[in-house]
Design a protein. Structure first.
Length: 246
């Protein structure tokens, strides 16, 4: 394990060189364990290049995954008392999906605080979806171990509440991309083609605009906080235009 002195050194390094104030300001006020935070932010590529560090964030990631599954399930259970198990399961999967957790990580600028190896840093690791998702899970575990489950809920529940309407819109019905693809194939056309028209906004709050075309003809456009959500929005607009859904 890293010594407390090493953890404190890494903390100062992150604060001075990389991490934005937005990330540190987003952390719970009662979470003060620098050792746990440093561990949560340590990617395996950093471990490979720094002999003084003997563990990355993968064990914390394992614990954080379980904690998120529990608190999301509890939130959904309490907020949708009339919904059946199938709906709750689908919503939980959407909220803890890799891309969704990476979205939450970007919102708090977690990527700026990551400890990465030089190669991963140069390859754009600070904004890599899988790395951000894993680090967010590790951060959840670190907050839990350094405080308590209520602190984790107070930290994460506002994120759920800010996104639940979008998630409901995109996940309660059958996947619009699948509907559009089935229609396209039934007409004898190739699969729909999605094209990123533009992206706007800062890194932590980007908006993507995507168009969808079938048989070389653009049908519709859609926007979203990720390419995946924008593609779904474009597909939804296309199937409404085609009269496949009211």
């Amino acid at each position: 394990l890293m010594s407390d002195d090493q953890a404190a050194l890494d903390w100062r390094h992150m604060l001075d060189k990389n991490a934005s104030s937005r990330f540190y300001q987003s952390l719970p006020a009662n979470f003060t364990d620098k050792f746990l935070l440093t561990r949560a932010l340590t990617h395996r590529s950093y471990l490979n290049e720094n002999r003084a560090v003997v563990e990355d964030n993968q064990r914390l990631e394992f614990l954080g995954d379980a904690i998120l599954a529990y608190i999301v399930a509890e939130w959904l259970y309490n907020h949708f008392p009339e919904q059946k198990e199938g709906f709750l399961t689908k919503m939980r999967s959407a909220l803890v999906h890799t891309e969704q957790l990476a979205f939450f990580a970007r919102k708090i600028d977690l990527g700026s605080a990551l400890l990465l190896g030089k190669g991963e840093e140069q390859a754009g690791g600070r904004d890599r979806t899988a790395i951000l998702c894993d680090a967010f899970e590790a951060l959840i575990a670190a907050i839990y171990l350094g405080t308590d489950i209520q602190t984790v809920k107070d930290f994460f529940y506002p994120m759920i509440e800010s996104q639940i309407d979008t998630i409901l819109q995109n996940h309660t019905e059958e996947d619009p991309k699948s509907i559009l693809q089935e229609w396209s194939q039934a007409q004898g056309y190739a699969s729909p083609v999605y094209f990123l028209e533009r992206e706007t906004g800062p890194d932590h709050d980007k908006v993507f605009e995507v168009s969808v075309s079938v048989d070389g003809k653009e049908l519709a456009q859609g926007t979203g906080g990720s390419k995946q959500l924008a593609e779904k929005a474009a597909a939804s607009a296309a199937i409404r235009k085609l009269g496949l859904r009211e």
